[in-house]
Design a protein around this ligand. Structure first.
Ligand code: G1P
Length: 293
């Protein structure tokens, strides 16, 4: 039996330049899929995995995230006046006082640096990292699937999926060892390798369960590919010393850091909604037949 995963880190300091101008004054994590911001999907996933403490690593221009997870007494009062169901309208107000912490990454120096900024809040226990850009639709939330496996194997566990071989330079890529059903031993990991040097096409997706020892490696602040302090580089230093598995999750991942992936997520999630399914199907039919005409 390993320690339960109680804390989750949400790195939300990134600039979101791919979605400009939408993200000029609004954090990219607040972009909505249907009617819920991306970050709230990640928080809900963490809650479903039993996470008790939520640590946001923010940056300049990210105040909307903090406000979003605060109570909005005025909005709630208005909703109640109008006879609306408070829970349905303001689902995110469910944090208890003291359950949320915000810390700042003063400079956007990379994902490894963002996670390192949370070291004092995480302390000496295993923890989860969730990247809101990777939205995962599944019956059992992805992080819950991972923490179930963590109870058997311990160590670092990272979500993985196969990607097109020509896209290895967009992801952390693992060198896979033996598979045991959906768990694979990680024998190496490298950040954004070109297809010619990639050890496989098995990519890291933005869900991690990490041992606190990762902070010892992040402490070195080594700059990696793209001039950024990469989480992958510290994870690479842990291979062979700590238990380390990739986990092929059940579910579909949408790359919401990409415009097409983001639109696909909106289509998929709206088709899942009983109030939107039919009109969405009609619209999709309309636009596909217009295109074919
Ligand atoms: C980050 C990680 C990368 C991982 C990816 C998943 O990259 O550095 O290893 O594969 O998230 O989304 P980013 O997308 O921030 O460039």
């Amino acid at each position: 039996m390993f320690k339960p995963i109680r804390k989750a880190v949400f790195p939300v300091g990134g600039l979101g330049t791919r979605f400009l101008p939408a993200t000029k004054a609004m954090p990219k994590e607040m972009l909505p899929v249907v009617d819920k911001p991306l970050i709230e999907y990640a928080v809900d996933e963490a809650k479903a995995a039993g996470i008790e403490e939520f640590i946001f690593v923010t940056g300049r221009g990210k105040a909307a995230i903090e406000d979003h997870f605060d109570l909005s007494l005025e909005l709630e009062a208005q909703m109640l006046d109008k006879g609306k169901n408070r829970e349905a309208v303001i689902s995110h107000s469910a944090f208890k006082p003291g359950q949320v912490a915000f810390t700042r990454q003063q400079q956007a120096l990379g994902l490894g640096h963002a996670v390192w900024c949370a070291r004092n809040l995480v302390g000496n226990e295993p923890f989860a990292v969730l990247l809101a850009d990777d939205l995962i639709k599944s019956h059992v939330p992805c992080l819950a699937q991972m923490s179930n496996h963590y109870q058997n194997v311990g160590g670092n566990i990272i979500a993985v999926e196969e990607v097109s071989p020509e896209h290895t330079d967009r992801y952390g890529i693992i060198e896979p060892g033996n598979w045991d059903r959906n768990l694979v031993e990680v024998e190496g990991i490298i950040e954004k390798p070109s297809p010619e040097v990639a050890p496989s096409n098995i990519a890291v997706i933005g869900r991690y369960i990490l041992l606190p020892e990762v902070f010892d490696f992040l402490d070195s602040q080594t700059v990696g590919i793209g001039g950024e302090i990469q989480l992958t580089d510290s994870l690479s230093s842990m291979v062979g010393t700590f238990p380390f598995h990739g986990f092929r999750f059940d579910g579909q991942r949408f790359d919401c850091g990409d415009k097409v992936g983001f639109q696909e997520a909106n289509i998929a999630f709206s088709l899942d909604r009983s109030d939107m399914k039919e009109p969405m199907r009609e619209l999709i039919g309309k636009y596909s037949s217009e295109r074919n005409a």
